[in-house]
Design a protein around this ligand. Structure first.
Ligand SMILES: Nc1ncnc2c1ncn2[C@@H]1O[C@H](COP(=O)(O)OP(=O)(O)OP(=O)(O)O)[C@@H](O)[C@H]1O
Length: 288
C-alpha cells in the first residue's frame, strides 16, 4: 500500500506553540481524518504539507517528493482552507477565470456541475457569500481539477447539517476512485465516525496516534461503573476519567488490561472518536 504523504520528525516553533517530532503517513485511496482540539496544530500541519509554512526540522514528502523542490506537484492537490483566499469584489465567474489557467487539468464542466449542486451562482460576488457558501465555492474549485489528493482544513465548518452530510457523501463517492486520497481536519468527530478509514489525532503539537479507525476503536475502551471501584488502585488504567456523585466513566487505552480489571464489575463499551478526544484532552481533570 503506497503513501501519498509521509511526515517524518517534523518540528516547528512559534512563540507560544511548537510542533514536536510529528510523524505520520497518509495512505493512498483512503480518507484520513485529522482530529484534535483547538490549537492542537492541525492547520499548521496542513500548511506544512502545502509548503505554505516551512518546518524547522524533519521531512515532508508528498507523492514521494518534496513540494519545495517540485512546486508543480501542487496541481495534483485540491486544497481547501478555512481562510478565504479569494478576492472579495470578484464574481465567482471571474474568480474561476483567474484560477483555471493555473491547472492543466481544469474541468469547466465539472466546475459548473459542482456550482449547480452547491446552489451557487457564478454571478455572485465573493463578499456576498456566507461562510458556508465560501466553503462550498472553495470545495468546487478543489474538486474541479481532478486532484489526486484533497487536503482540507475544516471543510465542514460553517456548513449546515444537510449540506455537511451531502459533502460527506460526495467525499465517499470521490474516494471510490482508488487513485484519490482525502485528508481533512475537523473537530466534529461525528463526521469521521461515518467515513474515515484512518485517524491522526493531534494534541498540543504532538501526534497522540495515527492508525486505522477500526484499530483505534478496538484498542480503546470506555469503562462505566460505581465510584466504589475507584477505591481500588485502578486509576492508572485510564487516560481520562469523569466522576459523578455515584458513578464514573473513564477511557482506557488498553482494552485487554481494562477487561482484566473490570470484567463483570463495570460496563465496558466501545468509545466514539469524541470520547477518545475528550478524555485524552481532559485527562483526569474533568468533573461533573
Ligand atoms: N504564524 C504563526 N505565528 C505564531 N503562532 C502561530 C502561527 N500559526 C499558528 N500559531 C499557533 O499555533 C497553535 C496551533 O494553531 P493551529 O491553527 O495549527 O491549530 P488547529 O489545531 O488548527 O486549531 P483550530 O482547531 O482551532 O483551528 C496556535 O496556538 C496558534 O496560535
Amino acid at each position: 500500500m503506497s503513501n501519498v504523504v509521509e511526515i517524518r520528525g517534523v518540528s516547528k516553533s512559534f512563540e507560544q506553540f511548537s510542533l514536536d517530532q510529528v510523524q505520520f503517513e497518509v495512505k493512498k485511496g483512503f480518507i484520513t481524518g485529522l482530529i484534535g482540539p483547538n490549537g492542537a496544530g492541525k492547520s499548521t500541519m496542513i500548511k506544512i504539507m502545502m509548503d505554505m509554512v516551512r518546518p524547522s526540522g524533519g521531512e515532508v514528502r508528498i507523492f514521494g517528493s518534496s513540494l519545495t523542490e517540485d512546486p508543480g506537484l501542487k496541481e495534483r492537490i485540491g486544497y481547501v482552507s478555512d481562510e478565504n483566499y479569494y478576492y472579495e469584489n470578484m464574481t465567482l465567474r471571474n474568480m474561476r477565470k483567474m484560477i483555471a489557467p493555473f491547472y492543466k487539468n481544469w474541468d469547466n464542466a465539472a466546475f459548473t456541475r459542482y456550482l449547480e449542486m452547491f446552489e451557487l451562482s457564478e454571478k455572485s460576488k465573493i463578499k456576498n457569500l456566507s461562510r458556508g457558501m465560501k466553503m462550498k465555492f472553495s470545495l468546487a474549485v478543489a474538486l474541479s481539477h481532478h486532484a489526486e489528493l484533497l487536503l482540507m482544513d475544516e471543510p465542514t465548518a460553517g456548513l449546515d447539517p444537510v449540506f455537511r452530510r451531502e459533502l460527506l457523501d460526495l467525499l465517499g463517492e470521490e474516494i471510490l476512485d482508488e487513485n484519490k486520497s482525502i485528508v481533512f481536519s475537523t473537530h466534529i468527530t461525528n463526521d469521521l465516525d461515518r467515513i474515515a478509514d484512518y485517524i491522526i489525532f493531534m494534541n498540543r503539537g504532538k501526534v497522540v496516534f495515527s492508525d486505522s479507525k477500526d484499530e483505534v476503536l478496538e484498542r480503546y475502551v470506555m469503562v462505566k461503573g460505581g465510584r466504589e471501584l475507584l477505591d481500588m488502585d485502578v486509576r492508572q488504567v485510564f487516560v481520562g476519567i469523569r466522576e459523578g456523585a455515584h458513578g464514573f466513566e473513564a477511557l482506557a487505552p488498553d482494552r485487554r488490561e481494562a477487561e482484566r480489571v473490570f470484567q463483570g464489575i463495570a460496563l465496558l463499551e466501545t468509545p466514539t472518536l469524541e470520547d477518545i478526544m475528550y478524555f485524552t484532552v481532559k485527562g483526569g481533570k474533568a468533573h461533573v
